[in-house]
Design a protein around this ligand. Structure first.
Ligand code: PMP
Length: 287
């Protein structure tokens, strides 16, 4: 069945949604995005995603196409119109279409930004059987640009990373720079050693995950020890357990890194407990 999508103020059947070939999102990856999950018809961590979007836009001197109240209303309307129970809402803002190709940013007064949102229905999103088995990751060199804190649509390298992982029979790739892990291709990376949760500190080198912020808050509230610092693949392979977090995968155990099984090769206790806490608390706070 055709989805109803949102494009620049209009709700349209997906077949009728059109963007100019001169849109800078298309020509230059000059755009930012957010993915917000929906559980039981409600939005998870909307405020966090809206705040990060505002920051991404401001770091790129891009105008916000609508205010955050309106953005919430659009998310809710799409959930309603597409009968989404569990799933994702994808949002993208680009610097719009100046009607030609030029490296110089167009004047926002004459070139409004483009705003697109669409839904992805994922029945049983929170009951992903993969969480019970855990996933394997491979390590690859982090060849992305230097502003990974801005959530841009430049996803070619992460996409290539997923393909490298697929080819190697793994679930994902962890990106390594200067001998230490930055993050996963589309998630933040963690290890657990002697009960302590270790994840890379925030900087321009990684995306400031909304799920990361929530999970670390819940971990601290549950008296778990958290250390924010970089770690190597060798340290990760020697850890008791590992996991990743993202808005769509929540907390996902990692059981194997570059062919080395962690512990008994099963999802770790800390990862499973954090997944449970995260899902419980997120459902309670959903709007
Ligand atoms: N890092 C990268 C590179 C990502 O693409 C994502 C997911 N978009 C994350 C981390 C996780 O962020 P969040 O928890 O906000 O989904």
């Amino acid at each position: 069945m055709s989805r109803t999508v949102y494009v620049n103020g209009e709700y349209l059947p997906e077949e009728d949604a059109k963007i100019s070939i001169f849109d800078r999102g298309f020509l230059m990856a000059d755009g930012v995005y957010e993915v917000t999950s929906v559980l039981d018809g409600k939005l998870i961590a909307f405020d966090g995603h809206a705040a990060r979007l505002t920051r991404s836009l401001s770091e790129l001197d891009m105008a916000a196409p609508v205010d955050m109240d309106e953005l919430l209303a659009i998310h809710r309307e799409l959930v309603k119109r597409n009968d989404i129970v569990d799933g994702l809402i994808y949002l993208q803002v680009t610097r719009g279409s100046p009607g030609d190709r030029d490296f110089v940013f167009p004047d926002p007064a004459t070139t409004p930004s483009t705003l697109v949102l669409f839904t992805q229905s994922k029945p049983g999103l929170a009951d992903n059987p993969a969480a019970k088995i855990g996933m394997s990751v491979i390590s690859i060199e982090d060849l992305r640009w230097g502003r990974r804190d801005i959530k841009t649509v430049q996803l070619l390298y992460p996409s290539m990373g997923k393909m490298m992982a697929q080819k190697a029979g793994a679930g994902d790739a962890w990106l390594v720079e200067d001998g230490v892990v930055t993050e996963g291709t589309s998630n933040n990376a963690y290890i657990v050693k002697n009960g302590k949760i270790i994840t890379r500190h925030l900087s321009n080198d990684i995306l400031h995950g909304i799920t990361r912020a929530a999970v670390l808050r819940y971990a601290k509230e549950a008296q778990m020890e958290v250390e924010e610092r970089a770690f190597s693949i060798a340290e990760a392979q020697d850890a008791d357990e590992a996991f990743v977090t993202s808005a769509s995968a929540f907390v996902m155990p990692v059981v194997e890194i570059d062919g080395v099984k962690l512990g008994d090769g099963k999802p770790g206790k800390v990862a499973l407990r954090l997944r449970e806490i995260y899902l419980d608390e997120s459902r309670k706070a959903a709007i």
